[in-house]
Design a binder for this molecule. Structure first.
Ligand code: GDP
Length: 609
């Protein structure tokens, strides 16, 4: 308290996420050194220029009497764009709004048929025949279906799993208008069905239930309807407002009815409109680095029209749209709202869920991208920085133990990498363990990943390859550097194993388990072995070399005693049970008396929760 940092009286100060003590000092007109001193007094060692976690900033604020407001990245981004006269939330005049297709995500339990259903839907496309291209997976596609005498388009996202959905939402990207919840009629509601349902509800997105696999002999579609009533989804035919459609994705039956239900639900509960004029805005659905074509990003246009030649910025990436391809590999010149396209021409790979926008010129998009990159670097540095409290530092020094698991995550797409990272940070781990991701990226595991992993400051990092591999050369290098590489293709498996590893990093905890008690009835002195206690085992058992403590009139008179020899009559015994007499010698306790109680116990490793 003697360092002379100014005290506030609850004044609000706004700090951006990942601010340093220097930034803090600027706001309150203090000397950064004095804040370092304050933090030190609070038990944390932080340098003046290092980027701080939210907790640190709030703690210091509270300590000094300032009301610290941490400005979210979204707010900051708005402020950044405002510098370029861009307002993403600007109201659009009614007369500019045009009806747009709904965007649909298919979710459900593993093996219930999401992939098959997405394939079946793709095949119903009335315009697919004309395209003549080769279908490619770009993370989203659009189908056109006849509906009440009109041709209506529906956009489907086929990014993997629920994590992608939540990861996008976490970044403020609400992309999905409707969720198709797939439930296999031969399996019923399963854990991930419920999880998907909860995600959809949290996002306030209407649900259409596809009761799949009705072709199977053991299918029970009514049971699925019944089960889902428990989760607040009441089928229309039972008087509710959720549409359930029986389908069989494999043979392809019921698909038209399902699409019909999607359009009916969209028309009934949503007003899907967007302006088609003006510069394009939207969201990155998927992205990856292609050997030949460079950074590729599938974007979903949400407002305006994207055209080849536009200058765009997507997250921290920018560039000029060199070409746009649809899901049939066909070049498209323009993309209107709800149209997913693969964009070529970005200088780097943006992240799934990043927003993109087209701007006037190359310079603007470059500046926006650069400022975002700088900010992200600061923020991610803040996140990965360990909270080096004096205590933990000392502990680590003293025990030399491992208290963090450091990872490098590489994956086949930005969506999967993010989903994995997101899920990993949701694992509940004790405070003394730290999970750090020092690098994440799209593409094969490279030499530079191994370098980074082995150079990691506190412990060698493990490299996680999600659907990507390391070349033999890289593998050799990793072996030499003692860097472990683990491959996964299923997110759940990766999470399970990493969770296990995190728990394995914990020191085992031992608990005392009582084995038995004995009462000393006689004490002899032997010239060879010293004092021998003649005992009666009262409960449980006594073991040779077992640990014990001695109680006299209920008071512990000796701890850390060992039963150094144990005999029944003239024979050595390894253990003696309740109700039997025995003779024993004790090491660590030199004055046994008649009436003393020997309590024996052992230390067992406690299983972790
Ligand atoms: P996902 O994990 O939800 O993507 O499930 P998949 O689409 O991979 O399907 C899982 C398994 O169920 C595959 O073996 C499919 O062939 C099978 N399957 C999917 N839909 C149907 C269906 O309508 N009828 C039958 N009989 N099998 C199906």
């Amino acid at each position: 308290m003697s360092s002379g940092a100014p005290r506030g009286q609850g004044q609000e100060i706004r700090l951006s996420r990942g601010a340093s003590l220097s930034d803090f000092a600027d706001k309150i007109n203090a000397n950064p050194g004095s804040l370092v001193q304050e933090m030190f007094n609070l038990g944390e060692m932080v340098t003046a220029t290092q980027s701080c976690s939210d907790d640190t900033l709030l703690l210091l604020g509270e300590h000094l009497g300032f009301d610290v407001q941490i400005v979210s990245p979204e707010d900051e981004d708005r402020a950044l764009l405002a510098q370029f006269n861009i307002d993403l939330d600007a109201a659009v005049d009614e007369d500019r709004l045009v009806t747009r297709p709904p965007v649909v995500t298919v979710m459900g339990h593993v093996d219930h048929g999401k992939t098959k259903l997405l394939d079946a839907i793709r095949k119903t496309n009335v315009v697919a025949g004309e395209a003549g291209g080769i279908t490619q997976h770009i993370g989203a596609y659009q189908v056109v279906v006849p509906h009440q005498g009109e041709e209506r388009a529906i956009t489907f996202l086929d990014t993997p799993g629920h994590e992608a959905f939540t990861a996008m939402r976490a970044r403020g990207a609400q992309v999905t208008d409707i969720v198709i919840l797939v439930v296999a009629a031969d399996d019923g509601v399963m854990p991930q069905t419920v999880e998907a349902l909860n995600h959809a509800k949290a996002a306030e997105v209407p649900i259409v239930v596809a009761v799949n696999k009705v072709d199977k002999p053991d299918a029970n579609p009514d049971k699925v309807r019944q089960q889902l009533t428990d989760y607040g989804l009441l089928a229309e035919e039972y008087g509710g407002d959720t549409m359930f459609v029986n389908v069989a994705a494999k043979p392809g039956t019921g698909i038209d009815e399902l699409l019909e239900a999607v359009l009916l639900t969209a028309d009934a509960s949503l007003e899907l409109t967007a302006p088609t004029d003006g510069p394009a805005q939207g969201v990155v659905v998927e992205s990856h680095l292609d050997k030949g074509r460079g950074a590729l990003a599938t974007v979903l246009v949400q407002k305006g029209t994207l055209r080849a030649g536009d200058s765009i910025v997507a997250g921290g990436a920018h560039g000029r749209v060199r070409a746009m391809l649809d899901e049939n590999g066909k070049t498209v010149a323009e993309a209107e709202p709800a149209r997913p396209v693969l964009v070529l021409g970005l200088t780097s790979v943006p992240g799934a869920g990043d927003t993109f926008l087209a701007a006037e010129d190359d310079r603007t998009v470059r500046q926006i991208a650069e400022q975002r990159q700088a900010r992200r670097r600061a923020a991610s540095f803040a996140n990965s920085r360990s909270r080096a409290t004096l205590e933990t530092l000392m502990e680590q020094l003293k025990e030399g133990e491992k208290t963090s698991l450091t990872l490098v995550i590489k994956g086949d797409s930005s969506g999967s990498v993010e989903a994995l990272e997101d899920a990993l940070f949701k694992i509940e781990i004790p405070d003394e363990i730290q999970l750090k991701v020092i690098h994440r990226g799209v593409g094969a595991i490279t030499e530079s990943d191994v370098n980074l992993a082995s150079a990691s400051s506190d412990s060698t990092a493990t490299i996680i390859g999600f659907n990507v591999r390391a070349s033999n050369k890289v593998k050799d290098m990793a072996d030499r550097a003692n860097v472990e590489i683990r491959y996964y293709s299923v997110i759940y498996q990766a999470i399970e194993e990493i969770e296990a590893a995190l728990k394995g990093l914990l020191k085992p905890e031992y608990e005392e388990v009582e084995l038995g008690t004995a009462e000393i009835r006689e004490v002899f002195r032997s010239s060879k072995i010293g004092l021998i206690a003649g005992c009666m085992v009262r409960s449980g058992l006594l073991r040779r070399n077992g640990k014990a403590r001695i109680l006299r009139d209920g008071v512990v008179v000796a701890e850390n005693v060992t039963i150094s020899s144990l005999r029944r009559f003239k024979d050595d015994a390894t253990e003696v049970r309740e109700g039997f007499e025995c003779g024993l010698t004790l090491s660590g306790f030199g004055s046994p008396q008649i009436g003393d109680v020997i309590e024996t116990f052992e230390m067992r490793e406690k299983p972790r929760a």
